[in-house]
Design a protein around this ligand. Structure first.
Ligand SMILES: [Zn+2]
Ligand SMILES: [Zn+2]
Length: 225
């Protein structure tokens, strides 16, 4: 394994470390949970399971690369450029990812946090991941904030850990919420992140429901299957 291969695993490892840390803290502060806390713990772990599953699917599902049929039967072929790396004509919305070193269908962006490209085939998993991770951090923050209100800091070492955990979950909650809002807005305009930064706005935009349908498929949009 060379230096570059180790480097790409750093963001991925940070995500795993944050999940592990918050989970250990959650077990620590609920050693003797009351009834309300048991319900919160169940809710938290159900959400966490969905987050881990969505993370796994986003990371391991191939985002989609063009096949011979994609490039030969595309009626808009003449409008597209040839990929200077792969040497084939790119279908509409296809971009070459330099990190993956291949063309990706309806490429959104390359995500270092899941160590994979986000494209046509794994966008739904990615969106579910952001959605459920946002919900999970809201629950985390609510639990820690409630704990601080019930037991104000006494100066012992564990209260500092709880304050640190509340701060960490608050920061994650804000970042994830903004990210979720950004991607919801993009989907509502039928636009990928790359198209947003290239200012291609109106090209694929239909009505909002059809736009969501294009990105999240025909099934339930928030079930990562
Ligand atoms: Zn290419
Ligand atoms: Zn990529």
């Amino acid at each position: 394994m060379n230096f570059n291969q180790i480097w790409v695993l750093v963001p991925f490892s940070i995500v795993i470390a944050i999940i592990a840390y918050l989970e250990i803290m959650m077990i620590y502060i609920f050693i003797n949970p009351d009834e309300k806390e048991i319900l919160l713990l169940i809710l938290h772990h159900l959400l966490l399971l969905v987050v881990i599953y969505s993370f796994y699917k986003t990371s391991t599902t191939k985002p989609g690369t063009p096949t011979q049929t994609d490039t030969e039967n595309n009626p808009l072929l003449t409008q597209r450029k040839t990929c200077k790396f792969c040497k084939h004509t790119k279908p509409m919305r296809c971009h070459h990812c330099r990190q993956c070193n291949k063309c990706i269908l309806r490429m959104d962006h390359h995500c270092p946090w899941v160590n994979n490209c986000i494209g046509q085939n794994n966008y739904k998993y990615f969106f579910c991941l952001v959605f459920y991770a946002t919900l999970t951090t809201i629950v985390y923050f609510g639990i820690y904030f409630n704990k601080i209100l019930k037991n104000p800091p006494t100066g012992s070492i564990d209260t500092y850990f709880i304050i640190f955990s509340a701060t960490l979950s608050f920061i994650l909650m804000i970042i994830l919420f903004l990210f979720l809002a950004f991607h919801t807005k993009l989907i509502s305009h039928n636009q990928t992140t790359l198209e947003y930064f290239e200012k291609q706005r109106e090209y694929y935009d239909k009505d909002v429901v059809s736009n969501f349908h294009d990105f999240l498929g025909p099934g339930c949009w928030l079930i990562p299957i």
